[in-house]
Design a protein around this ligand. Sequence first.
Ligand code: PGA
Length: 233
Amino acid sequence: MKLIIANWKIYLGAKESVALARRLSKIKSKNQLVVCPSFPVVSEVKKALGKNIKLGAQNVAQKPDGALTGEVSAGMLSSLGCQYVIVGHSERRHTLSETDAQIKEKLRVVVSSKMIPVLCVGETLSERKSGKTIEIVRKQLSVLRGLKFENLVIAYEPVWAIGTGLTPTLEQISEVHKTIKKVIGKLVSKTKVLYGGSVDKKNAQKILSLAEVDGALIGRASTDYSSLKKIIQ
Ligand code: PGA
């Protein structure tokens, strides 16, 4: 069984999100689907998803509570039924300047609230071109040191593959996933390593058939019912 996480970003409005969740709830799938809607519709989407699909969040406040205007805490997400939280997505790292120190705090609050973090790592195009992919991924994984996890998901998402229609070769994906598994193996027993970045209905099966790939984190294609149906079935 593969883990497929749908990251709806801010692509869908409230009505569209609920309607899509309702349709997805009727699909019989051999894989586990997790849907991460935008914050305002988390509760409504949760109701529409039914029992088989799990709920996740796209981000979380770095502090458990207090004065952080505009943020949403791990406790709130957990009480609304979220079981997974995406942490350190490249759009947050690169567009919103999120740092490794913030990411570490976020991992901490997610775990304290008994949810499973989905830590995103991945290199930029210039880092890949200069042969630094493995070094960058290892550095990004170093935020895990000193934290304790029962369950952890790592998503390898090359920055240059997100939303671009470009994907690494299967060999490149395998190589990075193997490294991640080697690094994490020593720290956490139950870890899944997902691939993310321009996964669609055409390339999903090949990527998911790789032994090192435990699932996928999907943005754009996960907002389209027939694409997602094809990917998860
Ligand atoms: P994409 O996004 O599938 O649209 O490339 C993936 C992600 O950002 O997680």
